[in-house]
Design a protein around this ligand. Structure first.
Ligand SMILES: NC(=O)c1ccc[n+]([C@@H]2O[C@H](COP(=O)([O-])OP(=O)(O)OC[C@H]3O[C@@H](n4cnc5c(N)ncnc54)[C@H](O)[C@@H]3O)[C@@H](O)[C@H]2O)c1
Length: 461
């Protein structure tokens, strides 16, 4: 059985887009993937791993750095983001960039990135990247949307107890020198009903934690979902609002969820109920909430997200932001936090692992699973007893007739397996070809590279 080799073929027409080097023998490092299959998989490598240059900005978590360094890639990690001119200078030379939310990867910046294969957003959102431009230039983008679900769920549990016991107000009073020992309208949460709106990653985690603390859980979701524990799905938002002592929102930002909780919905809630929003700012009509709290209809609220949020830390939570901040701050028993639901060390570490592994999987095996701007395509791994195989990746314009042309090129070889999918006008094809020699690989590469539909060709061997 021969060892995995490391062969890359440089495009004749667009050599700048490929960080390839001459063929060389390669002893693969252990993959960050694989689980039980580890050791049985053949490690595909597009080129010498030392030639992969990665720039990590904004203090990406150590877990992500470790995964990338373990592959032998050249990793440069900076603590801050870079001003645009310096970013452009750096991005010309690298194959992978890892960012968080501050670095803006606009069309202007990405247009300079001639070697860039993939972007890792070590965060939840991807608004800071021009996803469309990236896709049209064959640059895949990965993020980590759900690594902080547990952190949000735990924060909500803390808030439920804090609101039920008016802890925020008591603590503020003590900070101002006032001793105010009261038990009126302070409650245990045991036996109370928690209404979860949106039973996805966060909502379902929360369901388990709340039941463990003796709460009854009901939930409303637009999809019929299997309940955790003894939680019960209710058929309408109205029913949930009528029955819950605590209502917590975990829906995405979509047109249907804008002002989902406004004056009519607050009126449907039980007298003295509590509202928690750690989803998106536009889900709650905040002036209506202020009114409902002033009237005593709502006994307490916790807000972690706001329609407009400051871009940086500082003295910015005032009326210039949304126009109602002063009123909101004056309300009793309201917990206001600066969008920290997912902000924990554990979540940062999990994001580092998830995005780091996605980058390795994409670089080494071409898998786009989890990509936000490419069709999700994956082929099962090659095994070590398939020594003369090559994996062909063809990112192309989604236009008629491409597959026929590709198959004419691959048709001279034995295509073991092939998969293709499209997303909008971008398509991604992956094929494993057997019994190929180095010269065959170069032919395949050059032929695919010459097709007018081509965006990017990679051959992993
Ligand atoms: N505060 C924070 O720091 C923080 C951190 C992570 C996520 N979030 C936000 O939390 C929210 C939930 O995140 P998630 O990871 O659980 O998302 P998810 O996609 O896993 O779950 C969302 C659920 O909402 C349901 N849903 C969609 N529209 C609905 C509607 N109109 N009515 C009822 N249910 C509806 C979906 O079917 C899904 O089950 C998102 O808005 C996300 O941006 C906030």
């Amino acid at each position: 059985m021969s060892e995995a080799k490391n062969i890359a073929v440089r495009s004749q027409t667009d050599a700048s887009h490929h960080p390839s080097v001459s063929p060389s023998t390669f002893h693969s490092p252990s993959s960050g993937l694989g689980g039980a299959l580890r050791g049985l998989e053949k490690q595909l490598k597009p080129f010498n791993t030392q030639d992969i240059k990665i720039l990590l900005l904004e203090n990406v978590n150590q877990s992500g750095k470790d995964i990338l360094k373990a592959q032998g890639y050249q990793v440069e990690a900076l603590k801050a983001s870079l001003p645009e001119d310096q970013l452009i200078e750096k991005i010309r030379d690298i194959h992978v960039i890892g960012i968080r939310s501050k670095t803006k990867l606009t069309a202007k910046v990405l247009g300079e990135a001639k070697n860039l294969l993939v972007i890792g957003c070590f965060c939840i959102g991807t608004n800071q990247v021009d996803l469309d431009f990236a896709a049209h230039h064959g640059i895949a983008v990965f993020n980590s949307p759900f690594a902080n679900s547990r952190s949000v769920a735990e924060l909500v549990i803390a808030e439920i107890i804090t609101l039920a016991r008016q802890l925020g107000d008591r603590s503020n009073e003590m900070h101002n020198g006032t001793w105010n020992k009261v038990s009126a309208k302070c409650w245990e949460i045991r036996g109370k009903t928690l209404g979860i709106v949106g039973y996805g990653h966060i909502g379902s985690q929360l369901s388990v934690l709340a039941e463990a603390m003796g709460m009854s859980v009901i939930y409303y979701d637009v999809v019929n979902l299997m309940a955790m524990g003894t939680a019960q799905q209710v058929p309408s938002l109205e029913q949930l609002l009528n029955e819950a002592d605590f209502v917590t929102l975990h829906v995405p930002e979509v047109p249907e969820t804008k002002n989902m909780i406004a004056a009519p919905q607050l009126a449907q809630m039980k007298d003295g109920a509590y509202l928690i929003n750690a989803s998106r700012g536009m889900v709650v009509d905040i002036p209506a909430l202020i009114n409902a709290m002033r009237s005593g209809k709502i006994a307490g609220a916790a807000l972690d997200v706001y329609p407009n949020e400051p871009r940086a830390n500082g003295d910015y939570f005032n009326n210039t932001l949304n126009g109602w901040e002063e009123d909101l701050r004056s309300v009793k028993n309201i917990i206001l936090t600066p969008h920290i639901g997912g902000s924990t060390e554990e979540a940062q570490r999990a994001i580092g692992v998830e995005v780091g592994e996605a980058l390795v999987r994409y670089i080494n095996q071409g898998s786009t699973l989890g990509s936000v701007n490419m069709p999700e395509v994956n082929l099962r791994s090659l095994t070590p007893d398939e020594p003369n195989h090559a994996r062909v990746i063809y990112i192309h314009k989604n236009v008629p007739g491409v597959l026929r042309k590709v198959n004419e090129i691959l048709g001279n070889h034995n295509v073991d397996k092939q998969i293709s999918d499209s997303k909008g006008d971008i398509a991604y094809l992956m094929a494993d070809v057997s019994d190929v020699q180095t010269s065959d690989i170069k032919d395949i590469y050059d032929s695919l590279d010459a097709l007018s539909s081509r965006i990017l060709v990679r051959v992993l061997y």
